[in-house]
Design a protein around this ligand. Structure first.
Ligand code: 5GP
Length: 212
C-alpha cells in the first residue's frame, strides 16, 4: 500500500556550507526534533574541539588509521579539507540504509560532488551565513581555530560559493535563530518525502491491480 511512506529506503540529505555557518548546531537541533532522522557521523583526523565527543560528533582517527581506511575502500567519499582528512564511512551508511530513517550528511562541496558522481540520489541543501562579515565574526567568536586556520577557512568559504548552483536548495542561517533554518529544512524534508518515486508508483500500481 502507498500509505506507508516514508519509503523503506530513506532519503539522503546532504547539507553543506562554509565553516562557521552553524551547520552543526542546525543539524543537532534538527535531529533532536525528529527521531526519524539519523546523522551520519564522519571520520576525521582533525583534533576534537572541547565540546566534541568521539563517536558522537566525529570518529576521531589518526592519519595512519584514516589512510588505512582509504586503502581498504572504507569510505563512500573522503576529502582533504585544510590540513585534515574528513570522510563518510561506508559502514555508517550501511547501518542506516534499510532502517527507514532519513540520513543527514554534513559534508563539504567536494564530498557532495563525489557522492553525486557515484550516482547516489540525494537532496542537497546549502546553508549560507547572512553575510561574509557575520561568518568571520562567528568564526572568530568560537575561538576553535588558530588565526592561520581561520584565514584558510575563510578562503575555502569563498571558493565554496562556486558550487552553490549544483545544490537543490539554499537557505540562510540567521544570527541567533537556529530554529528558523531548522524549520525550513523540515519543510524541505517534508516535501521530499512526498516526491514521486519508483517505489511509490509500484505500490500504487500494485494496489490498483489487486483491487480490479
Ligand atoms: P569542521 O572541522 O568545521 O568540523 O569541518 C570542516 C568541513 O569538513 C566542513 O565543511 C564539514 O562540512 C566538512 N566535513 C565534515 N565531515 C565530512 C565528511 O565526511 N566528508 C566531507 N567531504 N566533508 C566533511
Amino acid at each position: 500500500m502507498w500509505n506507508n511512506r516514508p519509503s523503506q529506503q530513506g532519503l539522503f540529505i546532504v547539507i553543506s556550507g562554509p565553516s562557521g555557518t552553524g551547520k552543526t548546531s542546525v543539524i543537532r537541533a534538527l535531529c533532536e526534533s525528529d527521531p526519524t532522522l539519523a546523522f551520519s557521523i564522519s571520520a576525521t583526523t582533525r583534533p576534537p574541539r572541547s565540546d566534541e565527543t568521539n563517536g558522537v560528533d566525529y570518529h576521531f582517527l589518526d592519519h595512519t588509521e584514516f589512510e588505512d581506511l582509504i586503502q581498504s575502500d572504507g569510505f563512500l567519499e573522503w576529502v582533504k579539507y585544510g590540513e585534515h582528512y574528513y570522510g563518510t564511512l561506508k559502514s555508517t551508511i550501511e547501518s542506516t540504509v534499510g532502517s527507514g530513517k532519513d540520513l543527514i550528511l554534513e559534508i563539504d562541496v567536494h564530498g557532495a560532488k563525489k557522492i553525486r558522481n557515484l550516482g547516489i540520489r540525494y537532496t542537497s541543501i546549502f546553508l549560507l551565513p547572512p553575510s561574509l562579515e557575520s561568518l568571520e565574526k562567528r568564526l572568530r567568536n568560537r575561538k576553535t581555530e588558530s588565526d592561520s586556520e581561520l584565514q584558510q577557512r575563510l578562503l575555502i568559504a569563498r571558493s565554496e560559493s562556486d558550487f552553490i548552483s549544483g545544490y537543490d536548495y539554499c537557505i540562510v542561517n540567521p544570527d541567533h535563530n537556529v530554529e528558523k533554518a531548522v524549520t525550513q529544512i523540515r519543510h524541505i524534508i517534508s516535501a521530499e518525502r512526498c516526491r514521486i518515486d519508483d517505489q511509490l508508483l509500484a505500490a500504487i500500481s500494485q494496489e490498483f491491480s489487486s483491487t480490479q
